[in-house]
Ligand binder design. Structure first.
Ligand SMILES: [Cu+2]
Length: 132
């Protein structure tokens, strides 16, 4: 009897281990940037809103972005200049919406983003575009 229940126990453990190997991959994927408006390296008319779309549902409290002006027409060696902007995760849970306090003047910009999804790893990246 004891040997039989041990064998059953072992079988159960093995099937749990096999399931753990098969299923966590999709659930544990890191969020990646899959789209943005303005698009990467695009030159767009004046706008105050930038949206970044990710592949995973984000944790709003641990995800955000900073908007930085990196260049201005006619100015050499423009230092990184943080812009007044608010970033929040949109209603779909997968989008970061960055709203500048006012429409951005002509220049080049970079959005430094950080996101956390269900696997709890912090992923960072940056996204560049310009306003003409
Ligand atoms: Cu991760």
């Amino acid at each position: 009897m004891i040997a039989t229940s041990r064998r059953l126990e072992l079988k159960l453990l093995l099937s749990v281990a096999a399931a753990a190997l098969l299923f966590p991959v999709a659930a544990m994927a890191h969020p990646s940037l899959v789209g943005a408006n303005p698009a990467a390296n695009a030159s767009v008319p004046r706008t105050a809103t930038i949206t970044l779309s990710f592949s995973e549902t984000l944790m709003p409290k641990l995800s955000g972005a900073r908007l930085i002006m990196t260049g201005m027409p006619g100015m050499k060696n423009h230092p990184d200049m943080p812009m007044k902007a608010a970033a929040s995760v949109g209603p779909d849970g997968k989008t970061i919406v960055v709203k500048a306090a006012s429409p951005l003047p002509a220049g080049s910009y970079r959005v430094d983003w950080h996101v956390v999804s269900s696997d709890t790893h912090r992923i960072t990246g940056s996204h560049a575009f310009s306003v003409r």
